[in-house]
Design a protein around this ligand. Structure first.
Ligand SMILES: [Mn+2]
Length: 341
C-alpha cells in the first residue's frame, strides 16, 4: 500500500522519530546517514542503524545516497574508479545482509544546482533555478570559480581543471560501466538501486554532461542495466522541472509504473520548468497532486513516498518540521482518497 515515510535526515534522533510516529508514520528513510567509514559502510553499522529505527517502531525502508565522493570517480570515468566500485559493491552487499532493501543514488558528478532563493506563498522561502544566472559558471565562459556568487549553489570540479568538459556520450559510457559492475551484486544481495533524476534536468552544467533530464534517457538506462534490481527514485519535483511539467510527470508514471520500476517517490512540485523554476507548496505547482496520486495508484505503485524538500515556513526548524508536517498531512489525505471504493 502507498505510504508516507519521514526522510531526508542524516541522523536518527528521538525528536524526528517521535515526530513521525505522532503523524502516523511507521517507516523512514535516511539520506547519507552519518556512519563510520570513509569509502564504504560496514555490515555492523548498517544493522545497528536498522535496529535503531526499529526501536522507535520505524521500518528502515531505504537509504538514499552514499556520500557522493564515494562514487565520484566512476561518475567521471577517471582513474581509481574500479577501487571505488569495489567499495560500493561491498556497501551494497552489507546493506543486503543488514536487511535494508533499497539504495538510492544519482548520477550527477557536480550535484544539484540552485540559484538564489526566492519568496514563495505568504513569504515562505523557496529554492529556485534560473539557467541565465547559472550560465556564467559554465567553464567555457572562463570565469574564476573562486569568485563565484556565494548565493549560487553550484559545484565545480576544480581538480578536473577549469575547462574540463565531459560530454553526454562520455557520461553514458561512465554510467554503463558503473551500473554493469554493480547491478549483479545488487541482484545477489537482494538490494534494489533507485536512480534519482538530475536536478535541474538539463543536458549539461558546469561543463559536465547530464543524463537523467528526459524520459528517453531513463528508458535507455533501464535497458542498459536490464535487471530487476534497477529502478527509480521517482522525484516528481525533478520530473515537473522537465519541459512539459505535468505531462513529463505523467509520462514517467505511466511508463515506469506498470513495469514496477518506481521503487519510491519524492512527492514535491515546482512552478515553471527548466530553464527557470522555483519550488513551491503542494497544490500550487505544475501538476495536480490529487491527480498524480491517483495516477501512481492506477499505474501499480504501492511503495513509499517522502516529502523530499519543502518550502521554509515561518519559525521552522532546520529540518523544517512545520513545513514537512503540512506536506505529510497533505499526502496522507490524498492516499486515503485513493483507498475509497
Ligand atoms: Mn528529489
Amino acid at each position: 500500500m502507498m505510504r508516507v515515510v519521514i526522510g531526508q535526515f542524516t541522523e536518527i534522533s528521538e525528536e524526528t522519530m517521535k515526530f513521525g510516529k505522532q503523524l502516523g508514520i511507521n517507516s523512514c528513510q535516511l539520506n547519507r546517514p552519518v556512519l563510520p567509514g570513509t569509502a564504504q559502510w560496514e555490515y555492523e553499522d548498517l544493522l545497528a542503524l536498522r535496529l535503531e529505527c526499529e526501536k522507535y517502531g520505524m521500518k528502515l525502508e531505504a537509504i538514499e545516497n552514499t556520500p557522493f565522493d564515494w562514487y565520484l570517480k566512476p561518475m567521471l570515468g577517471i582513474e581509481g574508479r574500479d577501487e571505488q566500485i569495489e567499495h560500493y559493491k561491498t556497501t551494497i552487499r552489507n546493506m543486503g545482509r543488514a536487511g535494508i532493501p533499497i539504495l538510492g543514488y544519482h548520477f550527477m558528478p557536480n550535484s544539484v544546482w540552485r540559484t538564489p532563493r526566492k519568496t514563495g506563498r505568504g513569504g515562505a522561502i523557496v529554492t529556485s533555478f534560473d539557467m541565465e544566472l547559472a550560465m556564467k559558471y559554465q567553464p567555457k565562459a572562463g570565469i574564476d570559480a573562486a569568485a563565484a556568487d556565494p548565493d549560487i549553489t553550484v559545484q565545480r570540479l576544480e581538480d578536473e581543471g577549469p575547462n574540463r568538459f565531459i560530454s553526454e556520450e562520455e557520461m553514458w559510457d561512465n554510467y554503463t560501466y558503473f551500473i554493469k559492475a554493480i547491478i549483479p551484486v545488487a541482484e545477489e544481495a537482494g538490494v534494489k538501486l533507485a536512480l534519482h533524476p538530475d536536478d535541474p534536468p538539463v543536458p549539461e552544467l558546469g561543463g559536465i554532461g547530464r543524463l537523467f533530464y528526459k524520459f528517453e534517457n531513463f528508458k535507455r538506462a533501464m535497458e542498459i542495466a536490464d535487471s530487476d534490481a534497477w529502478g527509480l527514485d521517482l522525484c516528481l519535483g525533478c520530473c515537473s522541472e522537465m519541459p512539459g511539467g505535468a505531462s513529463s510527470v505523467k509520462q514517467m508514471i505511466e511508463y515506469f509504473g506498470p513495469l514496477g520500476k518506481i521503487l519510491y517517490v519524492h512527492f514535491r512540485d515546482v512552478q515553471g520548468t527548466v530553464p527557470n523554476f522555483q519550488e513551491c507548496f503542494l497544490g500550487e505547482g505544475n501538476y495536480n497532486p490529487a491527480e498524480v496520486m491517483l495516477m501512481l495508484k492506477r499505474n501499480g505503485f504501492s511503495g513509499f513516498m517522502s516529502t523530499d524538500h519543502v518550502p521554509v515556513i515561518v519559525n521552522d526548524s532546520a529540518w523544517q518540521h512545520r513545513s514537512r508536517a503540512h506536506a505529510i498531512g497533505y499526502l496522507q489525505g490524498l492516499i486515503e482518497m485513493t483507498e475509497l471504493k
